[in-house]
Design a protein around this ligand. Structure first.
Ligand SMILES: *Cc1c(COP(=O)(O)O)cnc(C)c1O
Length: 353
């Protein structure tokens, strides 16, 4: 920290991303990346787009937005591309919240929401999940403030039916309800079809988890043309060239690889269910995750200790050191082979009693 940093920034606690291993042969199950490579057509599109690297990318992302609109059954003016979901979520909070316009969110959810609120001096209305970590939609009816809900939620993996979120939107007609669908492709119900009915519903999706493109940084905000115009205002006030030309091309190519997308999602879901059953057979408690990660705990080891033991055996998972999450571990679903390695190392660790 320099002596020039403002007191407000000094007080801020930034988000801590999952560790990036520097060594080879580390089993990286800590940031919910897709275990499969991107399809060849995506790599070819990136190579081709890079030939024009001296030129700025299209600031409107028109070709990409057209392709995405077609895919989602929307119009291009209902779609905005961003540098990952993180950027779109940040733009949404910048657009719909400020010192006098709070954000409501669950207590256990994606950590960035709270960090961005602190950065932008947005007061938060923190709504606890139930004892079993489920989210009771009734707690969000008639709040009268902007709401963000990750569905499926992170790090619990638990999902609400789309209709429950539609009801939250209907019960807060004068506020925006943001649905973060980072993991929706792994078995939850998307709210995109509800956009037509609810002009205050903003759905945010990413290509980082289900489309093998975490390294490219691409996400979409989907909503009424008016909401999207609001986000465009923020985007054009910060960084109009926010999505680079390789990523724009890669996004279009990815949307054309529907079979590969479906098949890899199916494999992740199958491996998730297999791994969950194996862990339950070993006495673990495992939530009913609809995401590409499992949220687990075992009476045999403190999660903090198990996290460290796994790291010692070159397996990286995620541990969140906060009152309601300290008893749990979040484990990304990799390939079946990767999960077999995970289970073998867990067995070794737990045998050491
Ligand atoms: C991974 C994740 C994001 C961020 O996605 P990017 O598109 O990589 O920025 C947003 N929300 C949740 C809940 C996530 O898990």
């Amino acid at each position: 920290m320099s002596r020039y940093l403002t007191p407000r920034m000094q007080d801020l606690t930034p988000y801590t991303p999952g560790d990036i291993p520097r060594k080879r042969n580390v089993l990286k199950l800590n940031t919910n990346e897709n275990p499969y490579p991107p399809p060849a057509a995506v790599l070819e599109a990136i190579r081709h787009a890079s030939e024009d690297l001296q030129l700025y990318p299209d600031p409107c992302c028109l070709a990409l937005r057209r392709a995405a609109a077609k895919y989602y059954g929307l119009e291009p003016d209902q779609v905005m591309a961003g540098n990952g979901s993180d950027e779109n979520l940040f733009f949404a909070l910048r657009a719909f919240c400020d010192e006098d316009h709070p954000l409501a969110r669950p207590d256990v959810t994606y950590g960035c929401y709270g960090v961005w609120c602190d950065l932008m001096h947005i007061p938060q209305q923190i709504i606890p999940l139930e004892k079993d970590l489920t989210l009771d939609p009734a707690r969000y009816h008639g709040l009268g403030v902007t709401i963000v809900i990750a569905n499926p939620n992170a790090p619990t993996g638990l999902a609400l039916p789309a209709a429950a979120i539609g009801e939250i939107a209907a019960a807060n007609p004068n506020n925006v309800v943001i649905v973060d669908e980072a993991y929706v492709d792994f078995g939850a119900e998307s709210c995109v079809p509800l956009i037509r009915e609810h002009e205050n519903l903003l759905v945010v999706q990413t290509f980082s988890k289900s489309r093998q493109m975490a390294g490219a940084r691409l996400g979409f905000a989907l909503g009424s043309p008016e909401l999207i115009a609001d986000l465009e205002r923020v985007r054009n006030s910060l960084n109009p060239y926010n999505v680079n030309r390789m990523t724009q091309a890669a996004g279009i190519a990815s949307l054309q690889c529907e079979n590969y997308f479906r098949e890899t999602c199916r494999q992740v879901i199958e491996t998730r269910e297999w791994t969950a059953a194996e862990l339950r057979a070993r006495g673990f408690t495992v939530t009913d995750s609809k995401a590409n990660f499992l949220y687990v705990r075992t009476p045999k080891r403190r999660s903090r200790v198990l996290f460290r033991d796994l790291r010692q055996r070159a397996v990286l998972v995620r541990y969140f050191d906060a009152p309601r999450t300290e008893h749990w571990l979040r484990i990304t679903v990799g390939t079946k082979e990767q999960m077999e390695v995970l289970l073998a190392r867990l067995d070794k660790i737990l045998k050491e009693d």
